[in-house]
Design a protein around this ligand. Sequence first.
Ligand code: PRP
Length: 219
Amino acid sequence: MRNDYITVALPKGKLFSLSSELFKKVGFTAEGLTEKSRKLVITNEDLKLKFIITKTADVPTFVEYGAADIGIIGKDVIEESGKDIYELLDLGFGKCHLMMAVPKDKKRDKLEDYSHTRVATKFPRTAEKFFTSRGMQMEYIKLNGSIELGPIIGLSESIVDIVETGTTLRENNLEEIVSIMDATARLIANRVSYKLKFNRINKLVTDLKKILDEEEKND
Ligand code: PRP
């Protein structure tokens, strides 16, 4: 049976409203598309669109397996997932960076001085790639949220986490030691969907580019 729908995976959390607002501007929308929706699949029958709202870290998985044709997700999450997907467009919003931080009063002289210590993070793969590239061996403790708790309660010496405004670091007396990567939201696609549904996906990319260019000019 032919699947004429385009299924879009949107992440819960900080990127949801910005993503759905941007999609609305290019006519990719559906009635009842809100983060709070209890409905798991929100469909627009007229436009042959389906939206699924998933946990941030799961967006690349839904897209890699083709359960969603396209999705919006941060570059940081793409890197960490290691999933085989197409990255179609840098959407520019959701700017943040991944960094290592430690309690202000426990700073060591240089980065290498943290070798063989524990680091708490939601991004163990990206963190390991970074530290290995610096010749450092670390012990990685995977947490799923509230990473800052790690060094505060003595679970780890440091954290590798996302910083957006810096408020969380400040409020927990943590200081950035080194920046690991910059990230923004990206439009991603399943490799097969991109070929089979090329016309619709490509039109979406063109329309989004136009909107983003206009917004940049008006800035
Ligand atoms: C992220 C990140 C930091 C915070 C950084 O957490 O893990 O905790 O945002 O933002 P800031 O620099 O603007 O303070 P998120 O809110 O996604 O929740 P989590 O801690 O449960 O992952």
